[in-house]
Write a protein that binds this ligand. Structure first.
Ligand SMILES: Nc1nc2c(ncn2[C@@H]2O[C@H](COP(=O)(O)OP(=O)(O)O)[C@@H](O)[C@H]2O)c(=O)[nH]1
Ligand SMILES: [Mg+2]
Length: 258
């Protein structure tokens, strides 16, 4: 099934294919890694998925992306979340998948993310930590576990990886929520839908060693993420007191979208 331009994507009951999927990413000086990521997406989706890169690079990453057929939007470097926010706001297709372009995330799992969306989930989050994440720098791994514990305590639901870059979303979830965070956007993209009762699931994924250097400062970035988790969780819980109950992970799905 391909996108027929319906505005309310959730009303359809037949299964989405990769022709309904946009894979989006922020790209910041990732020339070494981006080719492999885009080739994997092309191979795994049989060339059907659209790719959107929001690029702030000065190393020729954008040219490599265009050579691989990606749509490139240029943006001044303003941080992870500013780039990813633009990236998720750009596609028209009904299923949006985020990833990093540092070749850490397993594009071969894209069919599993799409299958979970077709099972009725609104957000499918790639959980790196349950499988050990041995290739992640130790400090980052401990920090990411701590973020997951903090978020779980604050929202009252167990989540395992709040800072993963690989997720699939139904387009209407992206449209329905106002996103406010920058470095903490990844956590926000998981936590707001979860507390609002959208159907959210985590699936364990492998995580590879990064190609090239990260642009995120672990200390300043970590503090910003912790602050975002606290702010977003408390805001959402406060708002949900007058609204519906949180959905929880892995609850029974009915195949309907809100
Ligand atoms: N366009 C753009 N992309 C960014 C920016 N900061 C990070 N990224 C990209 O966002 C993704 C996540 O950043 P990364 O350095 O991998 O963070 P890490 O996974 O926590 O090490 C990567 O694909 C980066 O290239 C930015 O300021 N602008
Ligand atoms: Mg990364």
């Amino acid at each position: 099934m391909s996108d027929d331009g319906e505005s309310d994507h959730g009303t359809r009951t037949d299964a989405y294919t990769f022709a309904d999927v946009s894979v989006v990413m922020g790209t910041y000086n990732e020339r070494e890694a981006i080719g492999a990521v885009l080739e994997d997406i092309e191979r795994v989706t049989d060339g059907q998925a659209e790719v959107v890169c929001v690029d702030s690079s000065s190393d020729g990453t954008a040219e490599v992306a265009r050579e691989h057929g990606a749509r490139v939007i240029e943006q001044e470097p303003q941080g992870y979340g500013v780039a990813v926010h633009e990236a998720i706001a750009t596609p028209d297709r009904p299923v949006i998948v985020t990833t990093d372009c540092d070749d850490t995330y397993p594009m071969e799992r894209l069919p599993d993310f799409l299958a979970a969306i077709n099972d009725g989930y609104d957000v499918v989050s790639g959980d790196r930590l349950t499988g050990g994440a041995e290739t992640m720098p130790r400090f980052n791994r401990l920090g990411n576990h701590a973020f997951a514990w903090l978020a779980s305590a604050l929202i009252g639901e167990r989540v395992h990886d709040t800072t993963t870059g690989m997720r699939a979303y139904r387009h209407e979830v992206i449209d329905a929520i106002e996103w406010t965070e920058n470095t903490g956007l990844s956590a926000e993209l998981l936590l707001r839908p979860l507390v609002r009762g959208y159907r959210v699931t985590e699936i364990p994924i492998d995580y590879r060693e990064r190609v090239g250097e990260t642009t995120l400062d672990p200390l300043a970035g970590g503090a910003a993420i912790a602050k975002s988790i606290a702010k977003v969780s408390l805001q959402e819980r406060w708002q949900s007191r007058s609204g519906s109950e949180p959905a929880g992970l892995d609850r029974t799905v009915d195949g309907q979208s809100r």
